[in-house]
Design a protein around this ligand. Structure first.
Ligand SMILES: Cc1cc2nc3c(=O)[nH]c(=O)nc-3n(C[C@H](O)[C@H](O)[C@H](O)COP(=O)(O)O)c2cc1C
Length: 417
């Protein structure tokens, strides 16, 4: 269940005798640190009260009732944008048949129609209603949509009949959502991630480096793997434990980093560069240790290698994400980098070690931007920020692939009339 932490879950409740179990489901979601908002169909309100769900979810419940104070003209769109997952539990036969045919004739079904992410439906109905050929035919419509079914269970029903149609247990429903959410976004996609700082030697015992801890890159690697990607990591010197089942190459200097990235990136679809690579390095590394003397020591620095720019120039089909740690003018500087390096996405954050922001911290707050979209990810644990960054990457990557595919079809003459 840890995967669902801080996930925004819209719990839809419909008019089934099993509606009282929705209280348990909402309560379990809250215990697992999900943000829960409840939307009830008009019919469901005669099975369980809004007050119960309001207390459990700690949010106002929204219904189709004309007296509902929480409705605005755009409630359906706002809630569809807010939610990461919609769970309809219990879901009546009526509601399944509506969903399967794309109806939006009440608030909950209209939200579902406007929702582009994953919808889970946990049916609860009499076995005859479940086995009804119309219900069964409609369920087949869910194939290749964003709707998936959890259950139903087999057993004795409130009416005394025995058969399929019982609501799955709240435990099983939550386990199912946790296992299925996010796992497929990157399946069969090869991702290379760099993390941590580089060290540029001054003499055999000294180097210049930065405060990067590698935590952001390691968090991205872990979540990308959970989302089904084949991940390889290139790490600068960090104090983090290696991640189980992720092939990691350790490097020290920016030159080593460039060599490994150049080799590894050839077989990849996506390159995420979080490493804080030295912008300047000593023009020469002394073979012997600089001795103490009464004079000042002057070291000349040369401009370092711009790995991101080079990789982007040499790998036109690669989908590339860069990171920009700035101490001022974040918006302007990060958008300049997006253009200048000709990459697909930039993630920017304010970094100031003296002020405990960004570097070395377990939390971060970032702005993420592609060429057409930009959004602010509020301060949160790096592992949760990683989840949001990867969802954005997945969406933009799919968009780019579909543009490439449609161009290919165009050049084959397939899309000409
Ligand atoms: C006492 C009672 C219990 C019901 N239980 C169920 C049920 O468990 N599953 C179901 O699909 N319909 C059940 N129904 C029928 C639905 O409430 C009815 O189809 C309603 O229109 C569903 O509305 P909704 O899908 O908008 O919530 C029940 C009806 C009554 C009166």
């Amino acid at each position: 269940m840890s995967k669902l932490i801080k996930t925004n879950i819209l719990l839809g409740i419909t008019g089934s005798i099993a509606a009282y179990k929705a209280a348990d489901i909402a309560s379990m979601l809250k215990k697992n640190n999900c943000n829960v908002k409840v939307v009830m169909t008009k019919n469901s309100t005669s099975f369980i009260t809004e007050t119960t769900l309001e207390c459990i979810s700690n949010n106002p419940v929204i219904t189709d009732d004309e007296n509902c104070k929480n409705l605005t003209n755009f409630t359906h769109i706002d809630l569809a944008k807010w939610a990461d997952i919609i769970l309809i539990a219990p879901c009546t036969g009526n509601f399944i048949n509506k969903l399967a045919n794309g109806y939006g004739d009440d608030l909950l079904s209209t939200i579902c129609l406007a929702f582009t992410k994953q919808i889970f439906v946990a049916p609860a109905m009499n076995p005859n209603m479940w086995n009804n050929p119309i219900t069964q035919k409609n369920i087949k419509n869910f194939v290749n949509t964003n709707i998936s079914i959890i259950g139903p269970d087999y057993g004795i029903h409130a009416c005394g009949d025995t058969g399929y149609g019982r609501l799955m247990s709240p435990d099983a429903i939550l386990e199912h959502i946790s296992q299925s959410s996010n796992t497929k976004d990157f399946s069969n996609i090869n991702i290379l991630i760099t993390a941590g700082p580089t060290r540029e030697p001054i003499d055999p015992v000294r180097f210049i480096s930065n405060y990067s801890s590698g935590k952001m890159g390691y968090s991205l690697a872990e979540i990308a793997k959970e989302m089904g990607a084949n991940v390889e990591l290139i790490s600068g010197p960090v104090k983090l434990e290696p991640i189980k089942d992720i092939e990691t190459t350790y490097v020290e200097t920016s030159e080593e980093m460039l060599e490994v990235v150049k080799n590894k990136v050839k077989s990849k679809d996506i390159f995420i560069s979080t490493a804080a690579i030295a912008d300047y390095r000593p023009s020469a590394c002394s073979n012997t240790k600089f001795k103490k003397s009464n004079k000042n020591l002057v070291i000349e620095f040369t401009r370092g290698i711009d790995i991101l720019k080079k990789i982007s120039k040499d790998n036109k089909n690669l989908f590339i994400i860069g990171f920009a740690a700035e101490t001022e003018n974040l918006d302007k500087n990060m958008l300049y980098k997006l253009e200048d390096k000709n990459i697909d996405i930039i993630v920017g954050n304010i970094a100031n070690h003296q002020k405990n922001i960004g570097f070395e911290n377990d939390s971060n707050e970032v702005i993420i931007a592609s060429k057409n979209e930009k959004y602010h990810i509020q301060k949160d644990k790096k592992i949760l920020i990683a989840k949001k960054i990867l969802s954005f990457i997945s969406k933009e990557y799919k968009k780019k692939l579909s543009i490439i595919k449609s161009k290919d079809r165009g050049s084959d003459g397939l899309n000409s009339s």
